[in-house]
Design a protein around this ligand. Sequence first.
Ligand SMILES: [Zn+2]
Length: 489
Amino acid sequence: MTTQQADYLIANGLVVSGTCVAKQDVLVKGEAIARVGADVPKGAAKKVIDASGKYVLPGVIDAHNHPDNSDKMDTFSVSAAYGGITTIIPFIRSGRHQGASGTIVDAVKRFIEEGQRTSVLDFGGHASLVGGDDVERDVPALIRMGVLSFKMYMTYPRRGIMIPDDRMVLAIALASREGGLAMVHAENGYVIDYLEERFISEGKVSAEYYAPSRPRILEAEAVMRAATYASTTDCPMYVVHLSARESMDIVANWKDQGLRLYGETCPQYLALTDEAMRRDGALAKIAPPLREPEDNEAMWEGLATGLIDTVGSDFCGFTKAQKRSGGRTPTPEPRNPGIRVQGSESGPQNIFEAAFGGNSAEQMLPVVYHGGVNQGRITLPRLVQVMCENPAKIFGLYPQKGTLQPGADADIVVFDPSVKHTLGAAAQHCKADFTGFEGMEVLGNAVFTMQRGEVVIEGGELRRKPGKAKYLAGDPGLAAYAPKGHAVG
Ligand SMILES: [Zn+2]
């Protein structure tokens, strides 16, 4: 063959974009997609991947994860690749990442070095700004480093993680001025601390009291407040892990007014409820808490109608032992240490002392496909919008990432809709030894993952070695892609 021969032909599959599903072949040359169409000659590539009877998707972008507990970038990226994810955008916080101390800028530098050395997937980064960060100095510096998105916690005041509203408004205004965007964990932390304290003082520390300590209205209030700040500073705003049905009307109202407000939810808020909390105790402790079936349906409806723009995993990489011991969470000041109730073997006796966070990256695509597409709640193109295209568009990576079109990075997933499998700890490829989706039977799974033209997962085997991952500096000119008042996809 000639030297123009391409490297791979992904043949005979159904190629899915955000607008259609079509029987097409995808030709990969080097690190990029060379051609997509129904008329690609079969001899055009050195190797043919037969995707008959399968879907060919752009690699999923997981824009919400915290690989700084048991799983770091090395094992997290492998687990993500098995789940059909090809780009990860973790949260970086000062004082984390390989023992970094000092500023958030230092933490980002260490994080990039760690990712280039250990990740098997390309990665970007968001900066988490906490109360102690110098936002005037750091926000412009971070944007110059390609970190465009700044997450702020409207909760956890006693743990020193919440950023006070005055600092938050300043950070949002700076992000807006410099071409970045703001992200919030929207829950009213003062009211949560009050309720938690009250429950503890009354001896109500078993799992059933966890969700009532963080009622839905506290999320809705914080979404409203964050959107108000974004509106007055003209800044795009991304609300992570929406969970409460009451938040949907608020998002709808602000989107109607033209605010670039983006909503994210997670597989756990689509497919799990407070029943899991009552059963699994500490292992199911996440914030916002797992809610009711009506909230799951509201999240699905938001995904279908455009109120919710993306799905992220919120993977934390905790082991059961870390969850029991409170994990990375700084020890709260001692409060009523004498109070203890009977706990399950999977968690501490006081639910308020358990760590926040779960493990759900590898399961994310099958859970959203199964509950969304198989059960008729969203279409397959909509899945590609919310899991591939929109995160790329919002975080300044489109069209290099998130789409199968000529010139884009060859980040490709072959998804077999006929594979029936059971989700659980035994089937995942991370150090974390549990998942909230334990025992869930789903139909459909990623069976092949390629990133920038190199096979990462094939036949259940990891093919790529670390050391080739690229740090993806977000482009401020491309971020928050949609024109004002329009859903990104
Ligand atoms: Zn998170």
